[in-house]
Ligand binder design. Structure first.
Ligand SMILES: C[S@@+](CC[C@H](N)C(=O)[O-])C[C@H]1O[C@@H](n2cnc3c(N)ncnc32)[C@H](O)[C@@H]1O
Length: 243
């Protein structure tokens, strides 16, 4: 079962969300994506690393990455309105970012381009094996071998719906399994997100490394032994301050 039968309907849903609500009024709003920023910091990309935020919406992650000096940033979202909100907020700095208005499942992304792929709360909307496979194929094709993939979804204790749409809830291990050997889990964090309406939603954040061209996983720079994911894996409970 899909949330909606076609990309046009997915787009209509999200355009309507961003046209009718202020960015601070959506359930997933955070002034700063602190858990994402922490995992990006952990991955330690170079300032010229190619970073893409998939389903970035109107979030401030791009603002914070620009402020940290990252120079090769792309934000992709199916909602043009969401991207307009982010661009307007950034003002002239928006010109330093590549903006892609498109569907994450079908957008033509440059091959093996991105050092770091970030997605907070898009992947969990993909309900069918077909759509999940399309997303995995995009990661396989667009992320550099050995690159970093940071994914955040609703966790096992979260509500079954987000933005009125059914979601798949993942533990870190389940998320790793969903990528069928393409990604290996390095670390994960759980967050009890407080929505602007006073509800709590469990988000899981995971940092993965993508396999290299031979399907192998090289150790991250801070791990000399090669036993990458199991030793480094950690789960921290973190809470955002109420809005
Ligand atoms: C729950 S919001 C999260 C937004 C942002 N990542 C954040 O954390 O604030 C989900 C975002 O994914 C976008 N989206 C949903 N389905 C998409 C798709 N198939 N392709 C691209 N963007 C999509 C929506 O427009 C929306 O901006």
């Amino acid at each position: 079962m899909r949330n909606v039968p076609a990309s046009a309907d997915t787009k209509a849903h999200w355009e309507s969300v961003f046209q009718t609500r202020q960015p601070t009024e959506v359930s997933w709003y955070q002034p700063h994506l602190r858990q994402s920023l922490d995992l990006i910091h952990e991955a330690a990309p170079a300032e010229d690393a190619a970073i893409i935020d998939i389903g970035g919406g109107a979030s401030t992650l791009v603002d914070d990455l620009l402020a940290k000096g990252f120079r090769s940033l792309t934000v992709l979202d199916i909602s043009r309105k969401a991207l307009e909100v982010a661009k307007a907020r950034l003002g002239p700095q928006a010109g330093q970012v590549t903006w892609i208005a498109g569907d994450a499942l079908t957008a033509a992304l440059p091959a093996q381009r991105y050092d770091l792929w970030h997605d907070r709360a898009l992947f969990h909307f993909l309900l069918t094996p077909e759509d999940q496979a399309r997303y995995v194929a995009q990661v396989r094709d667009a992320v550099k071998p050995g690159g970093t993939v940071i994914l955040s979804t609703f966790g096992p204790q979260a509500p079954p719906r987000c933005s009125g749409l059914e979601v798949v809830r993942y533990s870190p291990d389940a998320l790793e399994r969903a990528f069928g050997g393409t990604l290996r889990l390095v670390s994960s964090t759980t967050e009890q997100h407080q929505t602007p309406f006073g509800k709590t939603q469990e988000f899981v954040y995971c940092r993965f490394v993508k396999a290299d061209q031979r399907g192998r996983f090289s150790p991250p720079q801070d791990d000399a032994t090669g036993d990458v994911s199991r030793r480094l894996r950690m789960t921290r409970a973190a809470e955002t301050s109420p809005l």
